[in-house]
Design a protein around this ligand. Sequence first.
Ligand code: IDP
Ligand code: MG
Length: 136
Amino acid sequence: MKQTTLILVKPDGVRRGLVGQILARIEAKGYTIEDVRMLTATEQQLAAHYRELVDKPFYPGIVEYMTSGPIIAALVSGHRVIEGVRSLSGATDPTTAAPGTIRGDFACDTGTDSIENLIHSSDSVQSAEHETSVWF
Ligand code: IDP
Ligand code: MG
């Protein structure tokens, strides 16, 4: 089941100089980076990317966080890569994300309006296709 997933290294990851370490974990696992770009997210891109969250009370916090600096968007391929990169990323909440995961090892809850957790990764084939069209 060869798949492609979409990842974002969020602004905190770029700011903290963790792009290399995050991409290195994905490569070390055995997945292939097919494309990478750096950009600053627009509100339109975020509304499309987070279309399921736009009505949430914390959505303005997400916009503030995700536009606070440049991000890295990458396409990653491999067998069952969608599930695999979700597993490498760890749980949404960095406080409870398991050690050994990207969020568990490198992210810390700072009490901001949006949870800052370094990485986004697609959660399904449909999301991966949609999110790829947003960022590439
Ligand atoms: P995921 O990134 O682990 O897939 P989602 O529930 O899809 O988690 O949420 C997308 C992003 O929105 C999260 O990574 C986080 O940055 C932010 N977020 C999610 N839930 C909350 C919340 O309850 N408060 C603040 N920010 C949140
Ligand atoms: Mg999600």
